[in-house]
Design a protein around this ligand. Structure first.
Ligand code: PLP
Length: 354
């Protein structure tokens, strides 16, 4: 029986996507060649990457609105660097909501002045700062929509006239947002899309060309826009699986459908965390992530018992991030509601036995 996989990534994918992906490894398009043996410039693969790019834009409602979608290498961490390389001329503004924002800020500092408009570092990133102001003369504003590590999520995004850049690695395609607000969105594939190895970047071309420095070819967004993600060999398999997952999501009813499912899963688990006297959540309630729920046992002496119980219940990946401890239940798009119910059942059984 497949495990209830609450792992923070990588990566949880729908059963039917895994099935099709494994078939393509052996025999792609019934051509007696593997997907990973064919040329990335052959029509069958060009069709795959074009479909993946257009599905990404379609699902986000960004088709024909001046956006382009790219599949790049280097993970979201490479985007920390590329965003600054391509957009930071003199000064950029960043909101610091966790480990990943912190890393993005560190990279940006190599290219110019970085204004940290607000930070929740003082409380271990257990909330999303509010009421900050963004300098009007900054080249762009950068934020992280979902803090995968602590389990917080931005529910509102600031109004600003400068380009808005967002790392959506851990909640892209999980909830409906006004995506047109953003000028550049990036996300590593490995939470809601596909295997690690490719990063989705969605951007408006008009924000480029404003920095004075020379940008190395591979780090220049223009290179990849001009070559439609085919400047060098793309990550063929992760892009194929991403395409399958995006098609799966579209067939289900798109983001508005999955958002309702995700809200149901989150309500079920947070409801139990709040009801069960043995547990408590660790982030501000209004900032709780619907993707990554973090919680602790109030009584540490129950840890061994609880860990044994959820492992015996076929649950995987529940330990919190090493920097936070406790538990983290990641409920990405492909995690079924019954998996969350299985975890809730274990939490209730622990309560009954104590
Ligand atoms: N940003 C966020 C929000 C993440 O959750 C992660 C990884 O979990 C990253 C960035 C880093 O992604 P990558 O490992 O693809 O560089």
């Amino acid at each position: 029986m497949k495990k209830h996989n609450f792992s923070a990534g990588p990566c949880i994918l729908p059963e039917e996507v895994l099935q099709k992906a494994s078939e393509a490894i052996i025999n792609f398009n019934e051509d007696n060649l593997s997907l990973i043996e064919i040329s990335h410039r052959s029509k069958p693969f060009v069709d795959v990457i074009e479909k993946a790019r257009s599905l990404a834009l379609e699902l986000l409602g960004l088709e024909n609105k001046g956006y382009k979608a790219l599949f790049l290498h280097g993970g979201a961490s490479m985007e920390f660097l590329m965003v600054a390389y391509n957009l930071l001329n003199k000064k950029a503004a960043y909101l610091n909501t966790g480990t990943w924002s912190d890393k993005a800020i560190k990279e940006a500092k190599a290219f110019g002045e970085v204004i940290e408009v607000a930070s929740s570092k003082d409380k271990g990133f257990n909330y999303i700062p509010k009421g900050y102001s963004i300098p009007k003369d900054a080249d762009y504003f950068h934020c992280t929509s979902n803090n995968t590590v602590a389990g917080t999520q931005m529910k509102v995004f600031p109004e600003t006239n400068i380009p808005l850049v967002c790392d959506m690695s851990s909640d892209i395609f999980s909830r409906q947002l006004d995506f047109e607000k953003f000028d550049l969105i990036y996300a590593g594939a490995q939470k809601n899309m596909g295997p690690a190895g490719t990063t989705l970047v969605i951007l408006k071309e008009e924000i480029l060309g404003k920095v004075e420095r020379h940008i190395p070819t591979m780090l220049n967004y223009k290179t990849h826009l001009d070559k439609e993600s085919m400047f060098n060999t793309p990550a063929v398999f992760p892009i194929y699986v991403s395409m399958l997952t995006l098609q799966w999501l579209k067939d289900l009813g798109g983001i508005s459908f999955i958002e309702k499912v995700n809200e149901k899963k989150a309500a079920l688990l947070y409801g139990e965390i709040d009801r069960n006297p043995l547990f408590e959540g660790i982030v501000a309630k209004e900032d709780r992530s619907i993707m990554n729920a973090t919680f602790v046992l109030k009584d540490n002496t129950l840890t061994e018992k609880f860990d044994k119980m959820w492992q015996e219940a076929n649950i995987n990946g529940l330990h919190g991030h090493r920097s936070v401890g406790g538990y983290r239940a990641s409920m990405y798009n492909a995690l079924p509601l019954y998996s969350v119910q299985a975890l809730v059942d274990v939490m209730q059984e622990l309560e009954r036995k104590n």
